[in-house]
Design a protein around this ligand. Structure first.
Ligand SMILES: Cc1cc2nc3c(=O)[nH]c(=O)nc-3n(C[C@H](O)[C@H](O)[C@H](O)COP(=O)(O)OP(=O)(O)OC[C@H]3O[C@@H](n4cnc5c(N)ncnc54)[C@H](O)[C@@H]3O)c2cc1C
Ligand code: FES
Length: 339
């Protein structure tokens, strides 16, 4: 290979070939060429983008090269060292994303629960950024590091953005920077990212299974479905420790009262003494209600342990086909590891 030469990436079992620029990751090159691959964090943490390298050699910066055949190659970080062939779990034609970097202004910060902040940001006057319900943005910290947050507003409201941020003890952004933000301060954000979006070609009933601030993208998805006048059955299972952690539970109750196609099941893992509702891990409540999931589309979001257990158990115990399950695991999005 000559330094500075673009390299071909072939996709095993298909006619798809695209070109990767020097230093470019396979995921970035695929998007530029108009192909969507599975991903979530884009930082080498969540393994959503893991694929098999069937030919050639690739390298994650700071690591030794990986030669084919190799499983579990993270396409969000892997840069080809030669022409390569990959076998991803899924690849689809898609418009190359039009991402924008914006200086957003803090409009309001409210605390619907002691450890959850709702951060309302506004774009400069006249600026709008298109996104799909369920996607996330990145907030840039002063040293260039980034944090991911899902957009809680529906896509029709695209001149501003609302984020639900759970305080992580010792967290640089969620505890540190956020506490110092005041109305009028500016944050640099880039958007949109993410594949945690509804497949509108499907007519199967939707189950949204979330914990904590995993409610944020679910809110965007549900408000978008309301705006689209969708009548496809949707049930939200929202898991939390205590009732007070269901920080917008009343909003979910209002949707359920107003829309016959929508149902809401709150589930507490450490219930208050007077709680008469469902208890235990949220994904187990889903399994108890739906021992057969073959006919559903499931969207799981929030705690990584929950999304992993849901993926495994829904498939093994209730027959959910893997392609009918999408998840965003809220993994730490601090500095990308170098391994
Ligand atoms: C696709 C995606 C979307 C996300 N959307 C949201 C969202 O809408 N709302 C939201 O609140 N968060 C969301 N997150 C998580 C968010 O990006 C940050 O990782 C989180 O807010 C912590 O950042 P921080 O700077 O406060 O903590 P850091 O300074 O990065 O971390 C401080 C310490 O806490 C640990 N830590 C970080 N995050 C967690 C965690 N979640 N659980 C346990 N320990 C942790 C770190 O390993 C580190 O030791 C999302 C993550 C992903 C991958
Ligand atoms: S998207 Fe590659 S590891 Fe998360």
């Amino acid at each position: 290979m000559t330094a500075g030469t673009a390299l071909d990436v072939r996709v095993a079992g298909t006619q798809i070939v695209f070109s990767c620029r020097p230093g470019e990751t396979v995921l970035d090159a695929a998007e530029r060429a108009g192909y969507a691959l599975p991903y979530s964090c884009r930082k080498g943490v969540c393994t959503s983008c893991a694929a098999t390298l069937t030919e050639g050699s690739a390298q994650v910066p700071g690591n030794p090269p990986t030669k084919a055949p190799a499983d579990g190659v993270l396409l969000c970080r892997a840069v080809p060292r030669s022409a390569v062939e990959i076998a991803p779990t899924r690849i689809e034609r898609s418009e190359p994303p039009t991402r924008r970097t914006m200086a957003a202004t803090v409009h309001k910060i409210s605390y619907p629960a002691p450890d959850v902040a709702v951060l309302a940001l506004r774009y400069p006057i006249g600026k709008r950024v298109r996104f799909r319900a369920g996607q996330y943005l990145t907030v840039r910290l002063p040293d260039g590091d980034t944090r991911n947050y899902s957009m809680a507003n529906p896509p029709r409201r695209n001149d501003a953005v609302s984020l639900h941020i759970r305080r992580v003890p010792g967290g640089r952004f969620s505890e540190g920077a956020l506490a110092g933000l005041r109305r009028g301060d500016q944050l640099t954000v880039e958007l949109p990212f993410g594949e945690f979006t509804v497949d509108h070609d499907s007519t199967r009933p939707i189950l949204l299974v979330v914990t904590g601030t995993g409610f944020a993208p679910a809110k965007s998805i549900i408000e978008d479905l309301i705006a689209r006048r969708a009548a496809r059955p949707v049930r939200l299972y929202w898991g939390a420790r205590r009732a007070g952690d269901l920080y917008l539970g009343e909003l979910a109750e209002r949707w359920a009262a107003k829309h016959r196609w929508f149902g809401f099941t709150p589930v507490l893992s450490d219930p208050d003494a007077d709680w008469t509702g469902r208890t235990g891990p949220v994904h187990r409540a889903v399994l108890a209600d739906h021992p057969e999931l073959r006919g559903h589309d499931v969207y799981a979001c929030g705690n990584p342990a929950m999304t992993a257990a849901a993926r495994d158990e829904f498939h093994a115990l209730a027959g959910l086909p893997p392609e009918q399950f999408r998840a965003d695991a809220f993994l730490p999005t601090g500095p990308a590891p170098t391994h």
